[in-house]
Design a protein around this ligand. Structure first.
Ligand code: ME8
Length: 533
C-alpha cells in the first residue's frame, strides 16, 4: 500500500558496489583500494543508521580467465574456484571489508538473470546479428578504436592501457544497438550532473559520447567460457555485458522484487578510471534498453602507482595487500590509502611515505593522544573519569570544532570525498592535542586545591569526551583501533553500548561519555614499528 502514512519504511537504503575483479591473478593494492573505499562508505552509512548493501565479487568469464586457466593446466571453472577460495575471498578479511554479499558471475543466480535480461532486450529489438572486425585487447577484454592504439616495437600496435599487442578479431556476433542511446545518455549526464563523478570523469564521458557511439558486439563464438546466449547456443555473451549485470542480479533483479525495489538504483558504483566508459556509457544504455532505472552515481577514482611506476605483474611491482598489512596492520593500511590520496586523483604508494604517515598521524597523533589521556586519568583520578566543572572558552571551542568536524566529514562522504572526511577527523585529533598543549593538565595537576582539581577534571573530561567522538568517527576507516579506543574509554561499561551502535550524529554531541567511566591505558594503539622488515 504505497503512500499510506506509517507504512512507508523510514529507513534510507545505501547500496554501494566495487567492480567485480577478474580471477586472473591474486589481488593487488590497486583492487583493494576500491574495496577499502567502498567499505568506508558502507560503514559510515551504517553508522548513519541506513540499511546498507555493500557488494563485491569476482568476474569469472571471458578469454582472459580462460587463458590464465590454460596456462595453469586446469579448467576455467577450477581455476576460478581456486582463485576465489585462496585469494579473492581471503583478501577481504585482510583489509577488513564488511561486504554484505559476494557475487561470482559463474553462479546460477547470476547467469540465469543475464540470459533473461538479454532475451528481453533481444525481444524488444535492440540486438541484431552482424560482423565485427577490429583490434582487440584481451587484457581489457575490449575492442579498441584504431586511433586509440600506441606504437610498439617493430610496428606492433599496442593497447594504450596495457601496452601489450592487440589482436585483430573478426567475428559474426550479436550487437547491441548502443549508438541509438547516445542522445538519452547525454540527456542523463545533463539532468543528473553527479551521475558521473568526479567532474573530470564526467567531462571525459560527455565528450566521448558526443563523438557518437558505435554499436557493441555482445557475443563471442570463438570460445565457450561464458554465459550461453539463449537464442543461439553457438554463442556466449561477451564478458563485460555479463559482468555489469552483477549489480542488479545481486540486488534481486528478476527474483526478489521487494528487495530490488528497496535497494535499486544503486547509490554509487565505485570504479577505477580504467573502466569508466563501461560503467558510465554501456551500463546505463543497457539498463535503458531493458527499462530498468539507471544507478544514481558512478564514481571513478584515480590510478595507484608504486614509487611513481605503473604496477605490473610482469615487472613484479604488483603488491599484495598482505605485504603491507602484515607489517603495519589493516587499520594503518586503510587510513593511509584513504587519507593521503585525493579520492578521484591518481596516487603513488611508497613504503617511506606510509612509514612517515604512520609515525606522524597515527603513532604520534592519535596513539599518543589516547595514551596520554588514559594515563592521566589513571594517574590523577585512579582511572575514573571525573565530573567536569564549568566549561571554559577552550572547552567550548573544542565542542564547536567537533560539531564542525562531523558536519564537514558527513558532507564530504556525500560527495565521496573520502580523503576530506578522514582529514577532518585527523584535524580534530590535532585540535585535541593542541588543546592539551595549551591547557597543560600536567601543570594544573600540581595545584591540589579544590579549584585546581576541578579544572583538571574539566580538562581531562573534555579530552576523553573528544576521544569518544574520535572513536565513533574513525570507526569506518579504522574499525580495530576505534574498538580498542572504545574499550579503553570504558564507554560500553558507562552505558553507551557497543561502538557499532553509535551513530555519526552522536559523535557531534558533547557530554555523552558519563563521569564514572573507567578508563584503562591498554596497549599502544599504534606501536613503534621495527624498521628492519
Ligand atoms: O576491470 N589503481 O576487473 P579488474 C587503482 N572485471 N585501482 C586499481 C588499480 C590501480 N593500480 N588496479 C586495479 C575489471 N584497480 C572487470 C570489472 S565490473 C562489472 C568488471 C581496481 O580485476 C580499480 O577499481 O581488472 C579497477 O577498476 C579494478 O581494480 C579493475 O579490476
Amino acid at each position: 500500500m504505497p503512500n499510506q502514512p506509517g507504512r512507508v519504511s523510514a529507513v534510507t537504503t545505501f547500496y554501494v558496489t566495487t567492480p567485480i575483479y577478474y580471477v586472473t591473478a591474486p589481488p593487488s593494492i590497486g583492487n583493494a583500494y576500491t574495496t577499502v573505499a567502498a567499505d568506508v562508505l558502507a560503514r559510515w552509512h551504517r553508522q548513519r543508521g541506513e540499511d546498507v548493501l555493500f557488494l563485491t565479487g569476482t568476474d569469472e568469464h571471458g578469454q582472459k580467465v580462460l587463458e590464465a586457466a590454460a596456462e595453469h593446466g586446469v579448467s576455467a571453472q577450477e581455476w576460478a574456484d581456486r582463485l576465489v577460495q585462496q585469494e579473492w575471498r581471503p583478501v577481504l578479511a585482510v583489509v577488513d571489508a564488511s561486504n554484505d554479499d559476494f557475487i561470482r558471475t559463474t553462479e546460477s543466480r547470476h547467469t540465469k538473470r543475464v540470459q533473461e535480461f538479454w532475451q528481453d532486450v533481444y525481444d524488444a529489438g535492440d540486438v541484431y546479428e552482424g560482423i565485427y572486425e577490429g583490434p582487440y585487447c584481451i587484457a581489457c577484454e575490449e575492442f579498441k578504436l584504431p586511433g586509440e592504439l600506441i606504437d610498439g616495437e617493430g610496428g606492433a600496435k599496442l593497447c594504450p592501457i596495457h601496452e601489450r599487442p592487440v589482436e585483430i578479431l573478426s567475428e559474426t556476433n550479436y550487437f547491441f544497438a548502443l549508438s541509438k542511446y547516445a542522445d538519452r545518455l547525454l540527456a542523463l549526464y545533463e539532468s543528473e550532473p553527479t551521475f558521473v563523478q568526479p567532474e573530470s570523469a564526467r567531462n571525459e564521458v560527455i565528450s566521448f559520447v558526443k563523438q557518437g557511439l558505435q554499436d557493441l558486439s555482445i557475443s563471442r563464438s570463438s570460445f565457450d567460457w561464458g554465459v550461453p546466449v539463449p537464442w543461439d547456443d553457438k554463442h556466449v555473451f561477451y564478458v563485460w555485458i555479463d559482468a555489469l549485470l552483477n549489480y542488479i542480479t545481486a540486488a534481486g533483479y528478476g527474483t526478489d522484487p521487494d528487495t530490488f525495489a528497496r535497494v535499486w538504483p544503486a547509490d554509487v558504483h565505485l570504479v577505477g578510471k580504467d573502466i569508466l566508459r563501461f560503467h558510465a556509457v554501456i551500463w546505463p544504455a543497457m539498463l535503458m534498453a531493458a527499462g530498468v532505472e539507471v544507478p544514481r552515481r558512478v564514481f571513478a577514482h584515480g590510478w595507484l602507482q608504486v614509487g611513481g611506476q605503473k604496477m605490473s605483474k610482469s615487472k613484479a611491482t604488483a603488491i599484495h595487500p598482505s605485504e603491507i598489512v602484515d607489517h603495519f596492520g589493516s587499520d594503518a593500511y586503510r587510513y593511509y590509502f584513504m587519507k593521503t590520496i585525493g579520492f578521484g586523483s591518481d596516487g603513488s604508494f611508497s613504503w617511506e611515505h606510509l612509514s612517515a604517515i604512520y609515525a606522524s598521524d597515527l603513532a604520534n597523533g592519535l596513539g599518543n593522544l589516547a595514551s596520554r589521556v588514559t594515563a592521566m586519568v589513571g594517574r590523577y583520578f585512579d582511572g575514573v573519569l571525573p565530573e567536569p566543572g564549568e566549561a571554559g572558552t577552550a572547552e567550548q571551542a573544542l565542542a564547536e570544532a567537533l560539531a564542525r568536524t562531523v558536519a564537514v566529514a558527513n558532507e564530504a562522504i556525500d560527495r565521496v570525498a573520502i580523503h576530506e572526511a578522514v582529514t577532518a577527523v585527523t584535524d580534530f585529533v590535532g585540535a585535541v592535542n593542541g588543546y592539551l598543549a595549551d591547557e597543560e593538565p600536567w601543570q594544573v595537576a600540581k595545584d591540589t586545591s579544590a579549584t585546581g582539581r576541578r579544572r583538571l577534571g574539566t580538562i581531562l573530561y573534555a579530552a576523553a569526551e573528544s576521544l569518544r567522538a574520535i572513536a565513533v568517527l574513525h570507526a569506518a576507516v579504522m574499525p580495530r583501533t576505534a574498538a580498542s579506543l572504545w574499550d579503553s574509554l570504558g564507554a560500553e561499561g558507562a552505558g553507551l553500548g557497543s561502538l557499532v551502535d553509535q551513530r555519526i550524529a552522536d559523535a557531534a554531541r558533547w557530554g555523552v561519555l558519563s563521569a564514572g567511566a573507567v578508563l584503562t591505558k591498554g596497549a599502544a594503539l599504534f606501536p613503534r614499528l621495527d624498521d628492519a622488515s
